[in-house]
Ligand binder design. Structure first.
Ligand code: TIU
Length: 231
């Protein structure tokens, strides 16, 4: 592939230098994608997030085949929860109808202690398992930049552009793009490889907000044009 690639996107074409572009795969963890995980316990609908696993594998394979830098993130906390703010602990225990869940972050669920590092549920699903040499960022927040080394890792590789995928669109995906944009990184989110726990309109609004006003936070593109230029 040529060194400068370009794909159709909103609000206009996204051009990216392959050598200085990373694929960011956000929080494709069992806790967010699988039954009995943290997301389902929170009341999330798993149908859409599970459907994003196969297209994400396609994108991952294409990016790997051209030698792109790959960065995976995992949301989670230290076993003593010392990095989990009480606001998160309390509010992420609340269901949509404001009743308290029986299980909260750190409690033992069927996939292990919820959102705790080292637990089975905290790790990335088998299909998307990071390969040796790929960067794995453990983050205590929704954004990938708060309290992590990601910016140092990206700078060490001279990365200027990010292709962004992962779950959930409304939460960690959107927060990470906004954080990256403030740090001068050019971001393009890919529609088919991000999904959330709400309806299609919720996702559409989240993606529209990213590219609104001449790309306020970044670009949004479809998967196929990206696969076409990578393969
Ligand atoms: N709650 C929710 O929608 N998501 C999260 O808590 N984490 C991520 O989005 N990864």
């Amino acid at each position: 592939a040529p060194s400068l690639l370009s794909i159709n996107a909103k609000p206009y074409a996204f051009a990216f230098p392959l050598r200085y572009t990373a694929l960011l795969v956000i929080d494709m963890q069992r806790d967010f994608l699988l039954a009995k995980g943290f997301g389902e316990i929170q009341g999330g609908n798993l149908e859409a997030v599970q459907a994003s696993i196969a297209p994400t594998k396609k994108l991952l394979d294409a990016c790997r085949s051209v030698g792109m830098t790959i960065v995976h993130t995992r949301e989670g906390h230290l076993p003593d929860l010392s990095d989990c703010p009480s606001s998160k602990l309390v509010r992420q225990a609340a269901a949509p109808n404001n009743t308290q869940h029986k299980l909260v972050i750190g409690d033992k669920g069927e996939l292990g202690r919820l959102l705790v590092r080292g637990e089975h549920g905290h790790d990335i699903v088998d299909e998307l398992k990071p390969l040796p040499g790929e960067v794995v960022i453990d983050k205590p927040g929704k954004g990938s930049f708060w309290n992590t080394t990601i910016l140092h890792q990206l700078k060490a590789r001279a990365i200027t552009h990010l292709i962004v995928s992962g779950v959930t669109t409304e939460c960690c995906f959107a927060t990470s793009i906004r954080e990256a944009n403030d740090r001068g990184l050019e971001c393009c989110g890919i529609e088919e490889v991000t999904s959330g726990y709400n309806d299609a309109n919720f996702k559409k609004c989240t993606l529209d907000m990213i590219h609104w006003s001449q790309g306020l936070f970044g670009f949004i593109a479809s998967l196929q044009p990206l696969l076409d230029v990578l393969t």
